[in-house]
Design a protein around this ligand. Sequence first.
Ligand SMILES: *[C@@H]1O[C@H](CO)[C@@H](O)[C@H](O)[C@H]1NC(C)=O
Ligand SMILES: *[C@@H]1O[C@H](CO)[C@@H](O)[C@H](O)[C@H]1NC(C)=O
Ligand SMILES: *[C@@H]1O[C@H](CO)[C@@H](O)[C@H](O)[C@H]1NC(C)=O
Length: 249
Amino acid sequence: MNALGRTSALGILISITILVSVNTTVSVQMGTKVLLCCKPTPLTKAILIIWVIKPRGPPPCTIFYRVETKISEMKCRDMRITWASTFDQSPDLQINTVALSHDGHYSCDIASSEGHFHKRLNLQVLVPPEVTLFPGENRTAVCEAIAGKPAAQIFWAPAGYHVTKNELHSNGSVTVRSTYYWENNNVPVVFCFVSHPTGSKILSIEKNQSVTSPLHSLLTILYVKLSLLGIILLIIGFVFFQKRNYFRK
Ligand SMILES: *[C@@H]1O[C@H](CO)[C@@H](O)[C@H](O)[C@H]1NC(C)=O
Ligand SMILES: *[C@@H]1O[C@H](CO)[C@@H](O)[C@H](O)[C@H]1NC(C)=O
Ligand SMILES: *[C@@H]1O[C@H](CO)[C@@H](O)[C@H](O)[C@H]1NC(C)=O
């Protein structure tokens, strides 16, 4: 029965020359709902609908719908993907709560008496990064955009020397860490601007949060040395005074 359905669909594919092919990218934030649209118009003359899903993590899976027999084969239950409505209305799929594992390539094929329609859909799952700004070692400020997808971009104001590193995680998210060196900047406050498709953020940090300046350290050393010298002089003076008293006796 299934095999017959497949050959009849193939037979029509061969005899018809029209082939419509569409490529799109859909960006959606993790945790939201998404509709994966195949063809905008109702399919009155469709014979077979095939969705092939190749997510980044889980193995690929296929969803079939044979219009003639009204048989639907869906082997993607674990991925929480469902048909959006009844097939007479649309061949679209739906994901109620998008997870990072849904990120990947989707393709929809419709074989109909009017021709073969093919659509490739790239589903890009967006994850907002967790953003922090804190004082680092050696008079630096560190701005982090943790586990965002895609990688966030970090800018500093006022512009200054900084080093930015990206760390790619196995789930496809990226942590961006930028270290700003205050050394040559006489500014009291520095701003970190984190740009991301899910929304941008500006954080600021005051210079006084970083550790002691070299001048301060120098003064501390001088102060300690002078104090030591004073104590030594006092001891010598005391001993000398004691000895003088002793010899007087
Ligand atoms: C801070 O400076 C010291 C001495 O120059 C160096 O050994 C250390 O690695 C630096 N720390 C960082 C986090 O750059
Ligand atoms: C992705 O992996 C990173 C590092 O292991 C983790 O911090 C982050 O929470 C993960 N993101 C999701 C959405 O699972
Ligand atoms: C210095 O930084 C601290 C935060 O660590 C802040 O509470 C304080 O107001 C700052 N002081 C001055 C004088 O800017």
